[in-house]
Design a protein around this ligand. Sequence first.
Ligand code: PLP
Length: 407
Amino acid sequence: MGEQVGILVDGPHPAVMGTYQRTNIMFERGEGAWLITKSGDRYLDFTSGVAVNTFGHADYDLAKVLSDQAHKLWHTSNLYRVEDQERLAKLLCKHSFAESVFFCNSGAEACECAVKLARRYHFENGAPQRNRIITFEGSFHGRTLAMIATGGNPKYTNGFAPNVPGFDIVPFARHDIVKSVISDETAAVMIEPVMGEGGIRVIPKQCLRGLRELCDANGLLLILDEVQTGAGRSGRLFAHEWVEIQPDVMAVAKGIGGGFPIGAVMATADAAKGMVPGTHGSTFGGNPLATAVGCAVVEKLMAPEFLKDVCRKGVLLKQLLVDLKSRFPCIVEEVRGLGLLTGVKLKISVADAVRACFYEKLLTVSAGDNVMRLIPPLNVTDVEISDAAGRLDRAFARIVSHRLPRK
Ligand code: PLP
């Protein structure tokens, strides 16, 4: 198929609302780190469905759990107890700071619930005026009306006025400014340990520790958004473990379901104390199918040595990318990230780089700050990592020699 494939910006059938600029290709099936078209073309997937397919495509164990569950029970709503929901909540608590978990279906919902939880916490403490949340420029917490208001990015807010109030947006790594906006109306600080959509910007350890201290000193809740960084992507189950701090509240989604939609808000019992019956809910949240898969994902992540190997593979990928940087200094500005959450900041257009990779049948995804993300499944092999580096090399050579076909 090679260069005949008419890629990029062709819309899908008009029956699908045109909110995405999609690449004009469809995949029929997947195997681990590979996506395969009907005609048998194989693409090396270093997007993992935007940090979702933790164990790649059609993982045998996850598929079995899902299919076994599908033959028993799909959905009962939260009118009744759900066995695997309780099992997944216990597993998540066992392996984290959390003592209480609420299940939903996506990252935006999890972040939104985290904000509600923080407001409710202060309400419960007799301080309902404490409802403002400090958030950071360049952050991304999802596409609900409230969550688009958290980053102040016109790309997400244009045309959706009025903006939801209650967020004080500050630049990151500016402790002095965070301090100056804290008032007796502040409820919480919300931040991603690594800004994913914002361009794989790793928040320095001292910043996160400083935020923890500021929250403690001012009675605020620290909310971490680990929607993209969680589920082992950083080489730890949750990225904040690298910093040795604990949040009060954390939003997770994406990789925790390995491809099955699930989100969760994890919190200390104290932070969650206001979330009593009637305060929040979700029809689908934590249903038997989703939580059966979620349990299997967490169990596989916590298997001995698995996360250690993610760290090792993260280092391998980074080394190969740093080599590429020295071979293509006119293209690569910086290599950054944590574990297998990798970003390559480019000196050329990220869209061109993603397109050049596509021609080499390597799937990558752009992020803010002109960064190309490389986020393979966590069970990617060393051979596949080397293969991806080879494809990147050829893609960059194509760009340098002006052999990148027009869109
Ligand atoms: N938070 C972070 C850090 C994310 O990266 C994303 C999605 O990219 C979200 C929240 C929103 O997640 P979802 O698209 O599942 O609503």
